[in-house]
Write a protein that binds this ligand. Sequence first.
Ligand SMILES: [Fe+2]
Ligand SMILES: [Fe+2]
Length: 295
Amino acid sequence: MAGVHGKCVNPPPSRLVFQTAHEGTKAERRTEQHMDPVTQKLQLEAQRIASRHGIPAFYTSFKPHMALARRLYYHHPLVATLKQWVKPRLQECLGHGLYHCRRVSIEGAALVFAEMESGPRDPRGMERLMVLALLAGLLHDICRSQDNHAERGAREAAKALRDYPLTADEIAGVCQAIRNHEAFIPPEPCSRPWCQLLSDCLYDADKFRWGPDTFTHTLWYMVHQKGLTLQELIENFPWGISGVVRIKETFRTNTGKHFGPQIIESGVSIGREIYHYLIKHYREGENDQRHADGH
Ligand SMILES: [Fe+2]
Ligand SMILES: [Fe+2]
C-alpha cells in the first residue's frame, strides 16, 4: 500500500499466520521497514530453495561484462552521486528498492557491453553507454508506487539529471529508456540506435528480475505490504506464475532473447517448489489449528 505522495505507509496487519493469540502482537511489532517474522521465514525458505537451483547461463557466459558493469556501478562518480539521490526515493517496501535497482543497473550495463561487442568496437563510447545504463537502472522505478510509473519516472529523471555533466541527448536517452520499461506496453521507438540499445537493455535487465528474484525477493515485500494471508498467497500463486511465464516472449535485445527465457524458467521452477512448500505449510498449520481447537 502506498501513501498519497508515493511513500510507503505501514501495511495492514499481517494475516500470513494462522489465527493465534499472538497475531496482534506480531503485527504491532512490525515496522514499515521490517517484514513480519512469518513472511521473513518464508522468504528465507524461498532463498534456500533457490540456492539449490543452478545459476542461469547469462551470469556464467558474461562474467567479464558483469565485472566491468559492477566496477562502474561502485566506482564511477556520476553513479555514486546519483545513488545518494535515489536512495531515499526508492521503496524497498514494494520490493523495488535499491536491491532491485542495483541489479537492473549492473545487468543493464552488462547487456550494453554484450550487445556492443559484436558490433564495431568503440571502447569509450561503450563505457559511456554502460554508465547511462547504470543511471537509467537506478532511476527507472523512482515513481514505482504511482500510476503510470514509467512516464512519471521519466519526467522525474529528467529533472534529477538536469545538473549532471550529460548532454541533452544523453538525458533524453535515459528518460526514453525509463518511459519504455513497462512490461506488456508497446515501447516508443527511439530516434537513434544507441538510444534504442539503452532502452532495450534497461527493459531486459528489469525483466530478468522476473526470474529467481521474484521468488527470493520481490514477492515477499509485496506479500508483507499487502498483508496477504497464506491462503490468499496460495490462491494467487498459479496466476502469478502464469504472468511470469508471459514475460519470456518479450525480451528485446539479442542477448536478452537468448538468455532471458532461461532466467525466467529458473524463476518459475523455483516458484513451483515454493508453491508446494506453501501448500504443505498451510496444511500443517490447519492441522495444528484443528488440534489446538480439540477436533
Ligand atoms: Fe518499473
Ligand atoms: Fe524495475
